[in-house]
Ligand binder design. Structure first.
Ligand SMILES: [Zn+2]
Length: 366
């Protein structure tokens, strides 16, 4: 009798493990406050030639300038325009009347990330304060499902995510700001990245993006999380400092991180053919050469964002050149839909037009 009991137990556990392994893997990657203008047109000539914002224009032009806008954007963001444009979809080019916007009126980062990951443009969330977010996010929701339990992990450069995601002992794995990543079987590289963090000259509220990338990558290789969020922050930091050259360099590195992550998931049997990417930003910035560095309620252009999707079952539309509009608040339900769920919570959750367009499984969502 005992033997039968243990055999059933073993089979159930093998079955659950297989169910978890087969559940779709979802990577969401953001870079803070990066403008749609640079995504679709590359370096902006007016800002590039302004000595207030660029120390060495000739050098920056060598790296990122071409008179042809298509070539120019490829110089800045080669993976996006060579791979995602071929294999995925890129939304938000207003030159074709295709737009992606935030629904919250404030256009700050806390409000922006809350909107993206809770599906709710909460009017009560305004400033970037160290205040615990009362709204449940889609990562908490997925971590509560058997298929994704303890298989959700987030890595962010900005330390305020501890509050935005309301980090608790029962929370999904979250590594944020200059926080050491400690977990079982951490690789030597992960331990080294932790060590580098402790000797940085300045450890402000936003961690160096490269450290966020290395920390995330090592965890992915070791622990194989199924839902991964990586939030980079340098594009916003350099923009606020008025350093357009460093803003572009950060964006170029962001593109490189995307390429490396895509390569990683396509060579790892755990992820191969069962991983999709969603790439976006939390807010736009000023649209003029005199306002590009800031974003707020009053700066025109701050609500304009963009969105990219890559990997089956997303459509392969390339650069979307048809009229359309997506709100950032649709993302939370899109993420849940990719996993086969409908996200219900303690607050309203926006429906999504992205999922119905791209994921037939939504029709049979739980
Ligand atoms: Zn900002």
């Amino acid at each position: 009798m005992k033997i039968i009991f243990f055999a059933v137990l073993l089979l159930t556990s093998i079955c659950c493990k297989a169910q978890q392994d087969n559940a779709p893997n979802i990577f969401i990657i953001t870079t803070d406050g990066f403008r749609w203008q640079e995504i679709f047109s590359g370096a902006d000539s007016a800002i590039l030639h302004d000595p207030h914002y660029v120390k060495d224009t000739a050098l920056l032009k060598q790296l990122f300038w071409d008179d042809n806008a298509d070539e120019r954007r490829k110089l800045l963001l080669p993976f996006i325009w060579k791979t995602i444009a071929q294999q995925g979809s890129i939304y938000g080019n207003r030159d074709y009347d295709n737009s992606v916007t935030v629904a919250n009126p404030y256009r700050f980062s806390y409000a922006g990330y809350n909107e993206l990951f809770t599906g709710y443009a909460d009017p009560k969330i305004i400033a970037n304060n160290k205040r615990r977010n009362p709204n449940e996010n889609v990562f908490q929701f997925l971590n509560g499902q058997p298929e994704y339990e303890n298989k959700v992990a987030a890595f962010t450069s900005w330390n305020l995510f501890q509050y935005i995601f309301n980090k608790q002992p029962s929370c999904f794995y979250l590594n944020s700001g200059y926080e050491a990543a400690e977990y079982d079987s951490a690789s030597n590289t992960a331990v080294l990245a932790n060590g580098v963090q402790t000797i940085m000259d300045t450890t402000v509220h936003t961690r160096n993006d490269m450290l966020t990338f290395v920390t995330a990558k090592e965890y992915i290789l070791t622990k194989h999380p199924k839902v991964v969020y990586i939030g980079f922050g340098e594009t916003d930091e350099y923009a606020h400092s008025g350093r357009y050259d460093d803003y572009l360099q950060s964006a170029h590195l962001f593109d490189e991180y995307l390429a490396q992550l895509w390569y990683l998931v396509n060579r790892d049997p755990f992820y191969k053919n069962n991983t999709r990417f969603i790439i976006t930003t939390d807010h736009g910035r000023g649209q003029k050469s005199s306002t590009w560095f800031r974003h707020d309620l009053f700066t025109k252009g701050s609500n304009n964002t963009w969105l990219m999707t890559l990997g089956v079952p997303f459509d392969n539309k390339g650069e979307v050149k048809t009229k359309g509009h997506i709100h950032n608040k649709e993302l939370a339900q899109t993420i849940a839909g990719l996993a086969g769920f409908t996200f219900y919570s303690n607050h309203p959750v926006s429906p999504t037009t992205i999922t119905t367009a791209v994921h037939p499984a939504m029709a049979s969502a739980k």
